[in-house]
Design a protein around this ligand. Structure first.
Ligand SMILES: NC(=O)c1ccc[n+]([C@@H]2O[C@H](COP(=O)([O-])OP(=O)(O)OC[C@H]3O[C@@H](n4cnc5c(N)ncnc54)[C@H](O)[C@@H]3O)[C@@H](O)[C@H]2O)c1
Length: 351
């Protein structure tokens, strides 16, 4: 029988419930404690999930010490300062994306995790989407030939409707709109997902990129303008990136929070010299369509069956038990952060 992996959840807000629900489906994992700087939030979360040990700082939890692994679900700006001491305490860490706010911080975490020989995994959720894994396999086995063109988009609309709550009154959305609160805007928040989605399936990072991003006036009549309470709404809302692969292939990668009509949809279209491919994650379901071989002439697309893949949480626990590999790791987090930070500085970059 495998040994139990004792999990500490750090950050008990919105996304933490998905982590808790996921660990509950894993026989060998047990959530033994939780940390949040907001005592009310912590108390409600622990009661809802029957968690006995509550801490208001990572340091207190480390002093207690009776856990093996951590799910870090704090806001983006807290990932680096909370993950660092946990790695130093030799705890395995699954960290929410983005790994940190800068490449330097992300690389430091990756190097420290590697040095401590812990399991480290960045929660790029869409790696656990069956169509994404199958698409990556088909591209790598040459099914669509050489990639010549691509388009990828991540479409959210929480700024134009209230399905996920009212962004104007909810700290969970307001920190995402404010650079002072550690947000790199839509590029840093879900842009990282679609960049990973596209480049993982293609099996390569772009060699050069240029981008355009925009922050809309969302509260034009407040004084100062675009301010809600302590949150200045200055982080980017939309971005479009033009990217080039080493063989010259060109494509666009885009994300927005203004995609009215879409709650949370991701799309990737790849065009190779021997076929086309469409990877879709829409309304929480994934599909993979291809147009290859004899179907090219008549532009007939066929849906491909994609086997289930284990969740990131399953792979994290398995890797701790030496039963498999965990990835994407913190080095992948640093690689993605490098691209994002270059775009935030210059809106163009070569590698
Ligand atoms: N992988 C995904 O698909 C996905 C989806 C949603 C959110 N996320 C990521 O999850 C993270 C959390 O997002 P959320 O929507 O749950 O945010 P949230 O604001 O709802 O929750 C964050 C919680 O962390 C707590 N916190 C802040 N600083 C802390 C600290 N130093 N120590 C302990 N707790 C602290 C806050 O009090 C809050 O309760 C973000 O990094 C976000 O990018 C990832």
């Amino acid at each position: 029988m495998s040994e139990l992996v004792r999990i500490l959840i750090v950050g008990t807000g919105h996304m933490a419930q998905s982590h808790a629900d996921a660990y509950r489906t894993i026989n060998d994992a047990l959530i033994v404690g939780a940390v949040d700087t907001n005592k009310n939030q912590l108390g409600e979360f622990c009661e809802r999930n029957s968690i006995k040990n509550e801490f208001t700082s990572v340091e207190d939890a480390i002093d207690w010490g009776k856990f093996d692994a951590v799910s870090n679900v704090t806001p983006d700006s807290a990932h680096y300062p909370t993950t660092l001491p946990l790695i130093e305490a030799h705890k395995h860490v699954l960290c929410e994306k983005p790994l940190a706010l800068s490449y330097q911080q992300a690389k430091e975490l990756a190097d420290k995790a590697n040095h401590e020989d812990i399991i480290h995994l960045l929660n790029l959720t869409y790696r656990a989407v069956p169509a994404v894994q199958k698409a990556a396999q088909l591209v790598s086995s040459g099914e669509i030939g050489n990639i010549r063109h691509f388009e990828a988009s991540y479409l959210q609309s929480w700024l134009t409707q209230s399905a996920w709550g009212d962004w104007k009154s909810s700290p969970q959305w307001l920190w995402r709109l404010s650079t002072e609160h550690g947000s790199n805007g839509v590029l840093g928040d879900v842009g990282i997902h679609i960049i990973d989605f596209a480049t993982f399936v293609m099996g390569q990072m772009p060699v050069n990129v240029s981008s355009k991003m925009h922050t809309f006036d969302k509260m034009p009549s407040t004084s100062p303008k675009n301010q809600i309470g302590k949150y200045s709404l200055d982080a980017n809302d939309s971005f479009v990136m033009c990217a080039q692969l080493s063989n010259g292939a060109l494509g666009t990668i885009a994300a927005t929070r203004f995609a009215s009509g879409h709650h949370n949809d991701l799309r990737l279209r790849l065009y190779g010299d021997e076929g086309g491919m469409e990877v879709l994650f829409e309304n929480n379901e994934s599909r993979l369509n291809v147009c290859i071989g004899d179907n090219l002439k008549d532009a007939i697309w066929e849906e491909i069956d994609c086997p289930e893949v284990p969740s990131n949480y399953h792979r994290f626990v398995n890797a701790i038990q030496n039963k498999g590999e965990a990835g994407p790791d913190f080095y992948r987090g640093a690689e993605l952060q490098s691209l994002i930070n270059k775009l935030l500085r210059d809106e163009s970059a070569s590698f």
